[in-house]
Design a protein around this ligand. Structure first.
Ligand SMILES: Cc1cc2nc3c(=O)[nH]c(=O)nc-3n(C[C@H](O)[C@H](O)[C@H](O)COP(=O)(O)O)c2cc1C
Length: 257
């Protein structure tokens, strides 16, 4: 399923005149494990701090070539699409390892060496769009608002909010294909059409309205101000709620604007 979605995305984007840079991690034999081998020129040979070494290597141009190449692709991109099968409610380890290694200190976090000054809406990847396309084995009802697995958009919050919005990307609502273990009838045709539509609208669809760190909702950059969504806690409090429809709108009565 995942490769099928990749093929459609490439076809649609090229037809729209976009240049597509692809990273097929398995085909590339991507090194998934972030470790000391990532840093042949060490800032500190006594003690291995991956954050310190990442910052040093990024700032001094001594990252490994595979990481540099992936950063070049991201920096050239207007939009980044991560396509993956859902494995244990997250991305496969090889993709997690891609993030761990490519999201360097000074670029994706600690941007400009300024600690957490630029994050959640600001940062090295600001101005880019991001989209997750996920192939999900289980049925949609397991991921419905009261479904046993929990809603997919909440399960993927560490990726949408923590990995993509953190360094500044605007993240679109996730595209998911459920029940991929068995696809019957004409469902594949419906999936193709829905995915084509989402790719065609990559630069038009509204992103998830995550609250930016520096937009005023987090006065100390850590915690929401008391007056913001005062009765709510949990992950979704970091998404601006859609304004409640008026009674008239709820009843389906057209409201003049
Ligand atoms: C290691 C592993 C973990 C999986 N974990 C989940 C899961 O957490 N939730 C789920 O609904 N399906 C899970 N599945 C099923 C996959 O999502 C399903 O096989 C995949 O969507 C098929 O896509 P593909 O054809 O691109 O491999 C898992 C499959 C594997 C191999």
């Amino acid at each position: 399923m995942t490769n099928h979605l990749v093929d459609i995305a490439i076809e649609v984007l090229k037809a729209q005149g976009h240049e597509v840079l692809q990273s097929d991690l398995y085909a590339m034999g991507w090194k998934a494990v972030f470790d000391g081998e990532d840093f042949p020129e060490r800032a500190n040979r006594e003690r291995l701090s991956l954050i310190e070494e990442s910052g040093y290597a990024f700032a001094n141009g001594c990252q490994t070539p595979d990481v540099e190449e992936e950063q070049r692709k991201i920096q050239a991109a207007d939009a980044v699409i991560l396509l993956f099968p859902l494995w244990w409610f997250s991305m496969p380890a090889i993709m997690k390892g891609w993030v761990d290694r490519v999201w360097a200190y000074g670029l994706a976090y600690g941007y400009q060496g300024a600690g957490n000054a630029y994050r959640y809406g600001d940062g090295g990847f600001a101005g880019k769009r991001a989209l997750l396309a996920v192939s999900v084995g289980g049925p949609a009802e397991d991921y419905s608002p009261r479904g046993i697995n929990g809603p997919l958009e909440q399960l993927l919050f560490p990726i949408t909010h923590g990995t993509l919005f953190f360094p500044g990307m605007q993240v679109l609502p996730t595209f998911a294909v459920y029940g991929t273990v068995r696809i019957e009838g004409n469902r594949m045709t419906e999936v193709d059409a829905a995915w084509r539509g989402r790719v065609e609208r990559l630069f038009d669809d509204a992103p998830i309205p995550f609250r930016p760190q520096n937009g005023g909702d987090y006065p100390d950059r850590h915690v929401l101000a008391d007056h913001v969504a005062p009765t709510r806690t949990g992950l979704m409090v970091h998404v601006v709620e859609a304004p409640r429809p008026s009674v008239a709108e709820e009843c389906g009565v057209p409201v003049p604007r």
